[in-house]
Design a protein. Structure first.
Length: 210
């Protein structure tokens, strides 16, 4: 059984894939509560299908790009489960997962996939009609993105700037599970893609008083 989780957006997404199909999928309702919600959602997913942690044979996690805190929670959880259970942990670019979801929903390429990067910026990458990444990932202001149809957070946050594609707004764990199981995305090490420094930094030494 494959456990998939994605924390690259404000919402937590968890799914279980077994015997060639997704057997459970859930997305949190409250944003920005990754630390509080991820572990209970994993436990609820296992309970829903009558499984225990030892039934999990692999973990897949979205590695971003995304906000520092959310990615850290998801990837630390994935790596901890992998270590505790002695099972492999696979990473996948969350923009690639969003692109797979877009293609499966009927989006015709080429197109851009976007995730909110805050600071009035977007994480983005470009894809062909089959969801293969052509460029990226990058982080830029909405006005600096190529002129292509856009799926993901961009058109929702900046409707006056971006041309909206009729596709999904976020990556999700169900698509991640299918994409990893069917090898539709590049498998990566479970390390976060930040593209820039986190907002929180270690304070520097105090300035000398003149």
């Amino acid at each position: 059984m494959l456990l998939a989780l994605d924390t690259s957006t404000p919402l937590v997404s968890v799914a279980l894939h077994d015997d060639g199909r997704v057997v459970h999928a859930a997305t949190s309702e409250q944003p920005m509560k990754h630390g509080e919600q991820l572990a209970p959602m994993i436990a609820a997913a296992l309970d829903a299908v009558g499984a225990v942690r030892q039934d999990v044979t692999a973990v897949a996690a979205g590695v971003g790009p995304g906000p520092f805190t959310g990615l850290r929670v998801g990837l630390v959880t994935a790596r901890t489960l992998g270590l505790a259970l002695g099972i492999p942990v696979y990473g996948a670019c969350s923009l690639d997962v969003l692109a797979v979801r877009a293609v499966d929903s009927g989006v015709e390429g080429p197109f851009l996939a976007t995730i909110d990067a805050r600071r009035k910026e977007l994480f983005w990458a470009s894809y062909d009609e089959e969801g293969r990444r052509l460029d990226g990932p990058h982080v830029d202001r909405p006005t600096e993105l190529p002129e292509l149809p856009v799926v993901g957070a961009g058109p929702v946050l900046y409707p006056d700037v971006l041309s909206r594609g009729t596709g999904p707004q976020t990556p999700d764990a169900a698509t991640l599970a299918l994409a990893v199981a069917e090898e539709r995305v590049e498998l990566l090490d479970p390390e976060p893609i930040y593209l820039r420094r986190p907002d929180a930094t270690v304070p520097g030494p105090p300035k000398k008083v003149s």
